[in-house]
Write a protein that binds this ligand. Structure first.
Ligand code: SF4
Length: 342
């Protein structure tokens, strides 16, 4: 248990901290596609994609997405199915829909919104994204506070409280604002996030390589591996799903989620067994685990046949499935099935 001590950091000299971080970032930053542009549209797209998705996974999506929708007008006009197909696999699809809503708002404006308050008005843009785009694209002095920054700062000051608490977050936000280099806010924010992503790792931080280790209270107290404190919700729920793969003449039976579906609206799914009670199931072929929010599902996939097309279902040509948004669970099932039938 960590001692509950107030935040004080006698070794935190703000100017030296900024200088050391800047020097390290310029030498060690990863060469990422969104760091090669000053276009606010591209920076905004990258920030939305990077929410809840790892950098390595985002890069190919980012490049493909921008080739298809190179500016806000193209995104505003994109057919929904094309947009969702370009996003399929990144998850959290409300991000794609909000991007399009925001693009439609942007094209009504004389130019891309520049300041934090205007950015914050766009659908899907929260405090973090508004601060990131305002600082990186326009040099506005707003500190960002994402998971990486929270971790680094809570270690720098050996924060004893739970980072899920609003009070602790407010304290760390104030620290981020104090440390922010107001002459180069975009570079500073990216440097702090980069430090969290590549050196100040969640487990076993690489303190020997850290440019700000002389400022770090957690390291001095030997508690870097115990911080930050954050109450995690356990993934305790379990469930089962039975999916059917029903094929006929090179076509696959699927259903599409309605536009008002709470999850994955507009996405195509394999039928669940209960949806087609008359289906003749010829045996289980694969199974895998799939997590949706807090529930881990054991998904069992069976081949089956159905007489006539059940209402609400559609035959889609198998060769055409790449052009429609398929849910991740359906994709996983079909990939595994293809592997074992090769
Ligand atoms: Fe993180 Fe270690 Fe650097 Fe402290 S010294 S900020 S714990 S990497």
């Amino acid at each position: 248990m960590l001692q509950q001590t107030p935040i004080k950091n006698p070794v935190l000299d703000v100017n030296t901290f900024r200088r050391s971080l800047r020097k390290w970032y310029r030498k060690h930053k990863r060469d990422l596609p969104w760091r090669r542009t000053e276009d606010p549209y591209r920076i905004w797209i990258s920030e939305i994609m990077l929410q809840q998705t790892r950098v390595a996974a985002v890069i190919p999506y980012y490049e493909r997405f921008l080739a298809l929708f190179p500016n806000a007008s193209a995104l505003a006009l994109a057919p929904e199915q094309e947009l969702l197909a370009a996003w399929a696999g990144l998850g959290y699809y409300s991000r794609a829909r909000n991007l399009q809503k925001a693009a439609r708002a942007i094209v009504e404006l004389p130019r891309f919104p520049k300041d934090y308050a205007a950015l914050r008005q766009l659908p899907g843009v929260g405090d973090y994204t508004a601060a990131a785009v305002a600082s990186i694209a326009f040099g506005a002095p707003h500190a960002v506070l994402d998971g990486n920054v929270l971790r680094v700062l809570s270690r720098i000051v050996a924060e004893p409280g739970d980072t899920k608490s609003q009070i602790v977050r407010a304290r760390l936000r104030a620290l981020a604002e104090t440390l922010l280099d107001r002459k180069r806010p975009g570079e500073f924010n990216q440097a702090l996030m980069e430090l969290g992503a590549t050196v100040c790792l969640p487990k076993q931080p690489l303190c020997g390589n850290c440019p700000v280790r002389q400022h770090c209270q957690a390291r001095q107290q030997g508690v870097e591996n115990q911080l930050p404190l954050n109450g995690q919700r356990p993934r305790s729920n379990r469930g089962e799903q039975h999916l059917l793969v029903i094929e006929k003449a090179g076509k696959l039976l699927l259903w599409q989620r309605p536009p008002d579906s709470r999850r994955l609206a507009g996405f195509w799914e394999l039928p669940e067994r209960e949806q087609i009670p008359g289906a003749i199931v010829s045996g289980e072929v694969v199974e895998f685990r799939h997590i949706i929010v807090n529930t881990t599902y054991l998904v069992r996939v069976c081949r089956a046949s159905a007489g006539s097309r059940p209402s609400g279902f559609h035959w889609l040509a198998k060769g055409n499935l790449g052009n429609v948004p398929l849910s991740t669970i359906a994709k996983k099932a079909l990939i595994l099935l293809a592997r074992i039938t090769k």
